[in-house]
Design a protein around this ligand. Structure first.
Ligand code: ADP
Length: 390
């Protein structure tokens, strides 16, 4: 059996999933090494949820991503499940040039390093496992799939900031992220609701990171994130849209360093900053702290606010789609967001919403409401298989 390894590497965790290429793509197992450098723990689950591995490691043994990659690689070799034919990687930034997934060569890898300044917190982590595999198995085909690619077809009007043009030329553009998720959802809509898929759709990817994407005929025409994954909606710990004047104030008047500002906006803001309780939606929904309730009100308000903006970009909408951790699993948040969209003609069916059905709006609702679980790993596996000629 031939297999494809999909890797999604973050700052403190390395997630992976292994697919068999037989009969299309079948998931075999998924795992993650979390707590890298602090409390490393490798956990792997089979397709049926069965625990295949649960190992704790000493922090000194797993100080960084390459070390985590070594341990995951050793576990995979010992598991010996088929013949690995390729590795597919989630890479956050494809810069202005990469509008589709690409098979990695040393030259392309050097090119992708150039985008580190555009995503300093994510890009180096995404590239580290590629280097590690290249060192150990230089002949294994590797494919990079970018979070930005799906949005690259947006119009120049949409992807510009109103600053002098020379900055656009050097890469200061609105890129947008969560592209693999939106691409998967757009494809899935073509299967389950083809008429809608060809129309005007707003998809809400609501997880730890959150954004909205306006899809016209399955293509991204607008999204709430921009140059970085900080823009748009407030998220678990990220601020979302903020007046750049606030940054000038923090730097000039409060004497904060760029590093402090970065930490504030990426790690201490959003739901966590507003509530002072948690960045986690489940914890906020369970809390009776009024600040948690306020953070949720703000989150819902901003989603509805941006939905209005994206509806304007699309010239109306035919469907609104929920996806990712919150969108897929929280009937309460879906109901609260839907209530704010009633002015657009949305009519939620409360029972279908509680049951988490695919179509959760009433027959007279226009736009319709859908819940479509996302699968970024499967999207990466598909691209990888395609690029190696499978
Ligand atoms: P990421 O992959 O970016 O870490 P996810 O898409 O897994 O994020 O989403 C994580 C978010 O989803 C967390 O805020 C979590 O609390 C929320 N979530 C997961 N399950 C539920 C649920 N049943 N009800 C409400 N929120 C949930």
């Amino acid at each position: 059996m031939d297999t494809i390894l999909v890797i999604n590497a973050g700052s403190s965790s390395l997630k992976f999933e292994v697919f068999s290429t037989k009969d299309g793509l079948t998931k075999l197992f998924r795992g993650q090494m979390e707590g890298i450098a602090t409390a490393p723990r490798l956990r792997v689950n089979g397709r049926d949820g069965k625990i295949l591995a649960d190992q704790k490691h000493a922090p000194a043994d797993v100080p960084d991503l390459p070390a985590a990659m070594q341990i995951v690689g050793a576990w995979l070799r010992e598991k010996d499940e088929g013949r690995l034919v390729a590795a597919g990687h989630r890479v956050v930034h494809g810069g202005p040039d990469y509008d589709r997934p690409v098979r990695i060569t040393k030259e392309i890898l050097r090119d992708l390093e150039r985008y580190v300044p555009l995503a300093p917190l994510h890009q180096p982590n995404n590239l580290a496992p590629i280097h590690a595999i290249l060192d150990r198995q230089p002949d294994l085909p590797q494919v990079a799939c970018f979070d930005t690619s799906f949005h690259r077809g947006q119009s120049l009007v949409a992807n510009h900031y109103a600053i002098p043009e020379r900055f656009f030329a050097e890469g200061v553009q609105r890129y947008g992220f969560h592209g693999l998720s939106y691409e998967y959802v757009a494809g899935r809509l073509r299967e389950v609701a083809p008429d809608i898929a060809n129309g005007r759709v707003i998809t809400a990817h609501l997880g730890s990171g959150a954004s909205l994407c306006a899809l016209f005929e399955g293509k991204s025409i607008e999204t709430t994130m921009g140059f970085t994954a900080l823009d748009g909606l407030p998220m678990g710990t990220r601020c979302g849209q903020i007046d750049p004047g606030v940054l000038l104030y923090l730097l000039d008047q409060k004497g904060m360093s760029p590093k402090d500002v970065q930490n504030l906006l990426y790690n201490q803001s959003g739901l966590k900053g507003l509530s002072g309780v948690s960045n986690d939606m489940r914890a906020l929904l369970a809390s009776d702290d009024p600040r948690a309730a306020f953070a949720l009100d703000h989150f819902v308000y901003r989603i509805a606010f941006y939905a209005g903006a994206l509806a304007a970009a699309l010239g109306g909408i035919d469907a609104f789609v929920f996806t990712a951790g919150i969108g897929e699993n929280s009937p309460e948040m879906r109901a609260r967001i839907a209530a704010r969209l009633e002015w657009l003609g949305v009519r939620l069916d409360p029972e279908k919403n509680i049951n988490g059905e695919l179509l959760i709006s009433k027959p007279d609702s226009s736009p319709e409401l859908y819940v479509v679980p996302t699968d970024e790993e499967l999207m990466i596996a598909r691209h990888t298989l395609k690029l190696i000629g499978g």
